[in-house]
Structures are given as structure tokens and as C-alpha cells.
Ligand binder design. Structure first.
Ligand code: NAD
Length: 333
């Protein structure tokens, strides 16, 4: 049984704590939050509550440190966790800067511990099934993609850290990095990026439009929003236009996947297949824990999280400068 200590009992801490209750391979033994009452709220029977995360790092019983802290705090805690010999699961984005993220990857490598990052979209069936649809040839060769993600501004933290661009990176670094990671995972490296956003123009309101050109010629348009009225349901969409058909997904639809091809159109699941038999956040933690038990590669390694971060930071730079930003190593043309 893998024993987990979780640091941060906010929004994602709540999601992870619920996920661990569903896992048989791991047990959440300690929760840390500066605000004891938040950790207490999540702790079930037998779960210890602490307010100093060093108590988790110093506990020899704990195998894994799960970092659910605000993004700008990831680096400090991950470095200390690695030095304490703990495997680390860190929420996305891995860090606020590539330098921080690289230091985290290096620290975990040097310490011989695993580092997994919470790019959970890879565990959503409506997203990962795209790989099967493409491999099966139903929509032919993918050419143009549209993806969107967003809702109301994330106003839940008491210190409102999402409103501080230097801490969160706005919806480009915090939100649609999910899509950047997913699209890079499916379609390969991105060559250049162009973006527009409201960043800095309105307090607690942001909206971003990002165009990605992949090395293989695919174009993706990714929209991220923190500009919807409070209470608006969180919405995600994905549309992939191929040479032979269209893959459409919206989490707002009751039957969310639609395939439109020359042969006609069909809902991907005419009969409910219960794709969420294992809910995605549980599936990602389960896959990470399994990689420790089996000593195999982690599902989303730090190195891949860095690539997603590079795309996000290139989009931020483009939005700030108004210029196209080329990703390092990409060939111009
Ligand atoms: N994967 C996803 O779908 C998803 C969704 C939302 C957020 N996130 C990411 O998860 C991370 C956390 O976001 P959140 O919305 O849960 O933030 P949050 O503000 O709700 O929670 C963070 C918690 O950390 C606590 N904390 C701060 N400093 C601490 C310290 N030094 N020691 C102990 N506790 C401390 C705060 O009191 C707070 O309870 C961010 O990186 C965010 O980008 C991921």
C-alpha cells in the first residue's frame, strides 16, 4: 500500500482527496494546509492533519507527496520533497516558469524519485478516444482543430492568487495548458504560436485566443475563458476536422461525441458505455501510483509538462508582443 501525504486542501486538494478514497493501491494518510480547517474538512477517519508541510516530508511512512498548492509554490515544495526522497505528484501547470520546471525535473531525477504532473485531460475518455478515432481512419488525416475551455473566473482562493498573473499565468498558463498538453500528446510538437488575450486589461476577467501551428502542418485554434458570469457551467469543446470527417465533442451535450463522416453521422456511444466507470482524476492518480508499484514510466512525466508550459509561455509572449513566437528548435517556414 502506497502512503500519500497531500499538501494543499483547496479546490484540487478536494478532488484528489475524493479520488484517493476510490483507490485500493494507495491511502491518503496526511493532509497539510496552512488553514487547518480546510485540511480537516477533507480528512476522513485515520487521516492526519498538519499545517506545516515539513511534517509530511519528514514522515518516513509517506512514499508520495501530492502537491495541490498554487502554481507559484510548486517548485519550492517539489524540490524539498525530492530531497526528502519522496515520489511527487504535482498539479498542472508544473510551474510558472520553464527554469523552475527544469529545476524540479532535475531534482527528482537526481534524487531517483518519480515526478508525475496532473495533465488530467489525457484521462478524459472523450479526449483520449480521439487517438482511436484517428487510428481507425474514420475522419481521415487531421488538418484543423478547434478547442475551448472555460467558464467563470476562479475566485475561490481566499488570497485570490489566480488574479495575480505572475502567480497563475492567467487562463493561458493555468487553463488551456490542458489543451496544449493534450494536442501535443496527440499531434506532436508545435512550431509557432500566435495569441491575443485580455491579460492585465481587466481585473478578474480574462479571455485568450491562441493559434498553434504544429510541425506536421496542423493548425489548432484554442480558446480559453475566465470571462463568463459567475455560476456559468465550466465548458470544454473539441472539434477535429480531418480529410474525411469531423470529430466533435462538447461536455455540455448529453451525448457529447459526434462523428460526421462521408458515410453519415453517428454518436460515438449510441448505448451508454459508462466511460466514467473510473473518473478521470482517479484514473490519473491510479496510473501514477501504479507506475511506482511497477517501477514503470509515469503517465505524464515532468519533461512533457515542460513542453506544454513552453507552448503556454510562447502564447503569453505573443499576446504581450503581438508577434508570432517560434518555439525553440522549430524550423522556420
Ligand atoms: N487539473 C485541474 O483540472 C486543475 C483544476 C484547478 C486547479 N488546478 C491546479 O491545482 C493547483 C491548486 O489550485 P487550487 O485551485 O486547488 O488552489 P486553492 O487556492 O484552492 O488551494 C491551494 C491551497 O493551498 C494552501 N496553501 C497555500 N500555501 C500553503 C503552504 N505553504 N502550506 C500548506 N498549504 C498551503 C491554501 O491554503 C489553499 O487551501 C494549481 O496549480 C492549479 O493550477 C488544476
Amino acid at each position: 500500500m502506497i502512503k500519500v501525504g497531500m499538501i494543499g486542501a483547496g479546490c484540487m486538494g478536494g478532488v484528489h482527496a475524493a479520488a484517493y478514497k476510490r483507490l485500493t493501491e494507495a491511502r491518503l494518510v496526511t493532509i497539510c494546509d496552512l488553514k487547518r480547517e480546510k485540511a480537516e474538512k477533507l480528512a476522513g477517519d485515520g487521516v492526519q492533519v498538519v499545517t506545516d508541510y515539513h511534517d509530511i516530508l519528514q514522515d518516513p511512512e509517506i512514499d508520495v507527496v501530492d502537491v495541490c498548492l498554487p502554481t507559484y509554490l510548486h517548485k519550492k515544495v517539489v524540490l524539498e520533497a525530492a530531497a526528502a526522497g519522496k515520489h511527487v505528484f504535482c498539479e498542472k501547470p508544473i510551474a510558472r516558469s520553464v527554469e523552475d520546471a527544469e529545476a524540479m525535473v532535475k531534482a527528482c531525477k537526481d534524487a531517483g524519485v518519480k515526478l508525475g504532473v496532473g495533465h488530467v485531460v489525457r484521462f478524459f475518455p472523450d479526449y483520449y478516444k480521439v487517438k482511436d478515432v484517428l487510428a481507425g481512419g474514420a475522419i481521415g488525416e487531421a488538418k484543423v482543430i478547434r478547442a475551448s475551455r472555460g467558464g467563470a473566473f476562479p475566485a475561490w482562493p481566499e488570497d485570490n492568487w489566480y488574479a495575480d498573473y505572475a502567480k497563475s499565468g492567467g487562463p493561458i498558463v493555468d487553463l488551456i495548458i490542458h489543451d496544449f498538453d493534450f494536442l501535443r500528446w496527440v499531434f506532436g510538437p508545435v512550431k509557432r504560436v500566435f495569441a491575443k488575450s485580455l491579460t492585465g486589461k481587466h481585473h478578474m476577467l480574462d479571455h485568450a485566443l491562441v493559434t498553434l501551428r504544429f510541425e506536421n502542418g496542423i493548425i489548432a485554434h484554442v480558446e480559453g475563458s475566465w470571462a463568463q458570469p459567475p455560476g456559468t457551467p465550466f465548458a470544454t469543446t473539441l472539434e477535429i476536422a480531418g480529410t474525411k470527417g469531423l470529430y466533435e465533442y462538447s461536455n455540455q451535450d448529453a451525448m457529447p461525441i459526434m462523428l460526421r463522416t462521408a458515410e453519415g453521422e453517428a454518436r460515438a456511444s449510441a448505448v451508454p458505455e459508462s466511460p466514467l466507470a473510473v473518473e478521470p482524476y482517479t484514473a490519473q492518480l491510479q496510473a501514477f501510483i501504479k507506475s511506482i508499484i511497477d517501477n514503470t514510466d509515469v503517465p505524464v512525466p515532468g519533461e512533457e509538462a515542460i513542453e506544454a508550459l513552453k507552448i503556454a509561455l510562447a502564447a503569453c509572449e505573443s499576446a504581450e508582443t503581438g508577434e508570432v513566437v517560434w518555439l525553440g528548435g522549430a524550423t522556420r517556414g
